[in-house]
Write a protein that binds this ligand. Structure first.
Ligand SMILES: [Mg+2]
Length: 362
């Protein structure tokens, strides 16, 4: 089998919000579909993270596509290496690895379809039938809005909520949510690097009484691994991070410098399914928990779910709880009663809704 073409399609599909409205919804309306075509008629689907969607689309089309057309998509380790080696000059983190990740996920979809196996059957088999989805919240302006929306997601069946509130009201928001949802719901706080390392120690101590499941990316810069290790020594709250780290080489630093208790690789940012499996192996030998990162809606969601279903220590899948106006993958794999799973079908197990793609293409 040979790769004959790669197509990248940026989409804008808005979130379908009802009050309370989040602070910055537009950013989450961008999506990038990646399709890899073969000479045997099998097409693989991937998704690129849409930050600067024009740049990542151009990188795939101008840099990766000419190298991959004519190659055998079944040789995934070799193709990963070819894509990774051109990183020089493009950076060892960021867009070059995000682009690699998008294409790599599509290659797994092709291999699964060619072998008539779901991806999970090729990477260890099912460790469980379904996995707990946590509601990942948008950022809201006021703590009472965060509490309101949290109650709504609990009513939908979620038993775990991650709130994204920055420096201005993070602690007040955690208090408001804990007061609203009670003690039986798991709460995580993600501040996206809001604090310096000294502030983070003080804030973590203030947060201890709210029984957080984890505190995510507390320190700026988010790769201040020594600062994170210092924070871990000074608080009982579990520290999570890694969504901005790329490849197993990057996670080697995060892990060996003891920066986090819970690692959060993102399948479409960290280097695809192959790199995530290597990162999972590192987590296993260092005895760390895994909570994959997936704040998107396309083929990255089944890719994340296949990975988590086939790993013993990956206990959650992150789901942006706000629905989209329309879904370009079918099934959309939205949680039911707080759990997600994947179809028992070859590859990622999803199809693309061409009408949605046509309607929302940019
Ligand atoms: Mg995060």
């Amino acid at each position: 089998m040979k790769i004959i073409d790669i197509k990248v399609t940026p989409l804008f599909i808005p979130l379908k919000e009802v009050s309370p409205f989040s602070a910055n919804p537009k950013r989450r309306g961008y999506h990038v579909l990646v399709e890899v075509f073969t000479d045997e008629g099998i097409t693989g689907y991937g998704e690129a993270i849409p930050f600067t969607h024009g740049a990542i689309s151009a990188y795939i089309e101008q840099q990766l596509k000419p190298m991959l057309v004519g190659q055998n998509p079944m040789q995934i380790e070799k193709l990963w290496d070819i894509m990774y080696r051109v990183r020089f000059g493009h950076g060892i983190k960021g867009i070059s690895i995000y682009a690699l990740s998008a294409v790599e996920v599509a290659l797994w979809d092709i291999i699964g379809k060619a072998r008539d196996l779901p991806v999970y059957e090729m990477i260890g088999g099912l460790c469980r039938d379904k996995i707990k989805a946590y509601a990942s919240l948008m950022e809201y302006r006021k703590p009472e809005e965060v509490a309101d929306i949290s109650l709504r997601w609990v009513e939908e069946g979620y038993t775990a909520l991650k709130i994204h509130q920055g420096a201005s009201n993070a602690i007040e928001s955690v208090k408001a949510v804990r007061d609203a949802v009670g003690d039986d719901i798991e709460i995580m706080l993600d501040v996206n690097g809001a604090w310096n390392s000294q502030e983070a120690i003080k804030k973590a101590r203030e947060l201890e009484k709210y029984d957080l499941l984890w505190l995510e990316e507390p320190i700026w810069p988010v790769d201040d691994y020594d600062g994170l290790a210092r924070l871990r020594d000074k608080t009982d709250i579990l520290i999570a991070g890694g969504e901005n780290e790329c490849t197993h080489y990057g996670f080697r630093e995060l892990i060996t410098r003891r920066a986090v208790d819970i690692i959060q690789p993102d399948v479409i940012m960290a280097g695809g399914i192959s790199a995530c499996r290597k990162i999972f192996a590192l987590a296993e030998v260092w005895n760390l928990q895994i909570a994959t990162h997936s704040f998107f809606f396309g083929p990255g969601i089944p890719a994340t779910t296949h990975l988590s279903l086939s790993n013993m220590r990956s206990e959650w899948v992150e789901i942006n709880a706000v629905p989209l106006e329309a879904y370009f993958i079918q099934p959309a794999l939205r949680p039911e009663k707080g759990y997600v799973t994947v179809p028992d079908k070859p590859g990622l197990g999803i199809e693309i809704d061409e009408d949605v793609v046509k309607k929302y293409s940019m």
